[in-house]
Design a protein around this ligand. Structure first.
Ligand code: SF4
Length: 230
């Protein structure tokens, strides 16, 4: 199976009844607010370079962001932060992405969510996170070029550690703790190391309060590039 086939398959998933209902009802109710634009309202596939060395793991698409555009971490303010940081790091062709087909090209990076459907209040349940974990594992298996993963927030950090452990990767013990700037070395079964970096999630709660600044986010991307270039 290829990554493109996986992306196509995930958009048809209906495993989580609450999220199926939410993503579709949001799309139905809000479509009129975005007149002229199609409203995706389905699971959102990961976005970016299929041969990425950097994977950016967030939480889930936003109800009016990825759930609207159909592209992971676009169309909302958190996504704007991520794509602006990728542009500053020289990995995006443009600093923002507002609609599908706007010409965005991502080089070396891929935005990945451990939950592919927009959840109410941006909070997937543990059961929904568990249901979607298989998609994350399959995706990571299909990107052997990955060298660095950036986990945006504690849930992404935990989902990444659980996912790779289930794939037989070696995870340090005791389990590495999440923090902004935290680092852990994960080792694939073939012995290849993949570095996990922690960053606070660019939610409005974090960016409005200054808990996460552009400088702090840029520093994590700079560290990722440093690892890549060694
Ligand atoms: Fe399927 Fe994941 Fe969406 Fe649940 S969250 S319906 S497992 S794609």
């Amino acid at each position: 199976r290829t990554l493109a086939e996986l992306d196509a398959r995930v958009t048809k998933c209906r495993a989580c009844p609450r999220l199926v209902d939410w993503r579709e009802s949001v799309a139905h109710d809000k479509r009129a607010s975005f007149a002229g634009e199609p409203y995706w309202g389905r699971p959102v596939a990961s976005l970016g370079d299929p041969e990425a060395w950097l994977g950016i793991i967030g939480l889930a698409p936003a109800a009016h962001g990825g759930n609207r555009t159909g592209r992971m971490f676009t169309g909302d303010r958190s996504g704007d932060w991520i794509h602006a940081a990728l542009y500053r790091a020289g990995m995006n062709s443009q600093p923002d992405s507002t609609v599908a087909g706007d010409g965005l090209v991502m080089s070396g990076a891929r935005t990945i969510a451990p939950v592919h459907c927009a959840p109410p209040d941006n909070k997937p349940t543990p059961g929904e996170r568990h249901a979607c974990a298989g998609w994350l594992r399959r995706e990571l298996q299909l990107i052997p070029t990955l060298e660095v993963l950036i986990a945006l927030g504690g849930i992404a950090w935990q989902a990444t550690l659980s996912g790779v452990r289930a794939m037989g990767w070696d995870v340090p013990r005791p389990q590495p703790r999440f923090g902004h700037g935290a680092e852990a070395v994960l080792t694939r079964p073939d012995g290849v190391p993949v570095r996990l970096l922690g960053s606070y999630h660019p939610s409005q709660q974090n960016t409005f309060t200054g808990r996460l600044t552009t400088e702090m986010l840029d520093a994590v991307f700079a560290r990722a590039k440093e690892i890549h270039q060694v």
